[in-house]
Design a protein around this ligand. Structure first.
Ligand code: MRU
Length: 346
């Protein structure tokens, strides 16, 4: 369903290919790429044509369809060997967002007992993953917005909207719902160095959907909180550990520390496909390190003094004790801990 401050779809299946909005080019250019093989999708995930944990998972689901189709065309009798190899390549594309593994596992399980042409059943499964994500986002939007008192303003980090999901968004879904319900007086967005998901993507998507947004540099967030200008920080996640620790875009942890210091509430919004009960705590979550050039350059132009090195972790882990509420489509967990997460996921 579109409308309702929700007009953007960055991932779609177009009869024989996966269509992705190239997020590297936004907001300057709205260009779509049509990908007809799984290696191209793995590369698109690596290069951040598509990004955001749920959108990566959905893209991987469709990539598994492309893998099965192309491997069947090569060898209809033994397509599974090549299919598994293609899934292994996809799985390596980005390490932190567990939705990638989750979606591939679902596609693998569906493929396991198929006879004959696997494509129709796998496409139905990929479409189901996509549709379930949008439904989950709508539900989380309602559940999360219920926590926000009318007259509040919120701060968000990175991009968690339609661009990062099947549609509507996780944290931005809550913001969309709260805005539609007349609860919000303002939405602030961190620019989100170094890839500028906030400045380039969140601002683009909110402006386009008629929700006013004010950008700030990441370093201004604590100052904003100190002035009492936001009541909630609302973020998404790439992986939530069994104890409620939350991996998300670098800078989330410092926003959570500042929020607790200033009495600002901290909400994490993520579908249950982002919860990884196999990792006991955030210490076990693999954190992607991306190229130094993302810090040292902007749009191909040098920003930093020649000769400087850069450290570029793409994610950090916010300990559960700094999280006031985790919102999933299964329900909400306040003050998360291992027992409450286990009850949610059982
Ligand atoms: O590196 P990115 O842009 O893929 O990082 C995205 C995030 O950190 C998002 O907050 C997270 O994936 C949740 S998106 C609904």
């Amino acid at each position: 369903m579109q409308g309702d401050h929700d007009s953007i779809r960055a991932v779609s299946w177009d009869s024989t290919a996966l269509c992705l909005l190239d997020q590297r080019l936004l907001p300057a250019e709205e260009r779509y790429l049509w990908l007809d093989n799984s290696a191209a999708v793995a590369d698109a995930i690596k290069q951040m044509v598509v990004r955001g944990a749920p959108a990566i998972g959905i893209s991987a689901g469709y990539a598994a369809v492309l893998a099965a189709r192309n491997r069947c065309a090569e060898n209809a009798l033994d397509w599974r060997t090549g299919f598994e190899q293609d899934l292994a390549v996809l799985q390596q594309a980005r390490p932190t967002a567990v939705n990638l593994q989750w979606a591939l596992q679902r596609m693998r399980a569906k493929a396991a007992d198929l006879q004959g042409d696997p494509v129709p059943a796998l496409l139905a499964e990929a479409r189901a993953i996509h549709a379930e994500d949008i439904r989950a986002n709508r539900r989380m939007g309602e559940l999360g917005a219920a926590f926000i008192e009318a007259g509040s303003a919120v701060l968000t980090h990175c991009n968690t909207g339609s661009l990062a999901t099947g549609g509507y968004g996780t944290a931005l879904g809550v913001i969309r719902s709260a805005w539609a319900g007349g609860r919000l007086t303002g939405v602030f967005a961190d620019e989100t160095r170094p890839w500028l998901q906030g400045a380039r993507l969140t601002a683009w998507e909110l402006v386009r959907d008629g929700i006013p947004v004010t950008l700030l540099v990441d370093g201004a967030a604590a100052h904003l909180m100190k002035q009492g200008r936001v009541q909630w920080v609302i973020v998404g996640s790439d992986r939530i550990a069994a104890n409620g620790d939350v991996a998300n875009k670098i800078g989330t942890y410092s926003a959570a520390v500042a929020a607790r210091h200033h009495g600002v509430k901290f909400m994490v919004v993520a579908p249950s496909s982002t919860v990884d009960m196999q990792v006991a705590s955030g210490a076990e979550i693999p954190i992607e390190t991306r190229p130094a050039s993302e810090v040292l350059e902007l749009g191909g132009r040098a920003l930093a003094a020649a000769g400087a090195e850069a450290w570029n972790p793409a994610f950090d882990v916010t300990p559960a004790e700094l999280v006031d509420v985790i919102v999933t489509e299964r329900g909400v967990v306040e003050q998360p801990n291992t027992a409450k997460m286990a009850a949610l996921m059982k």
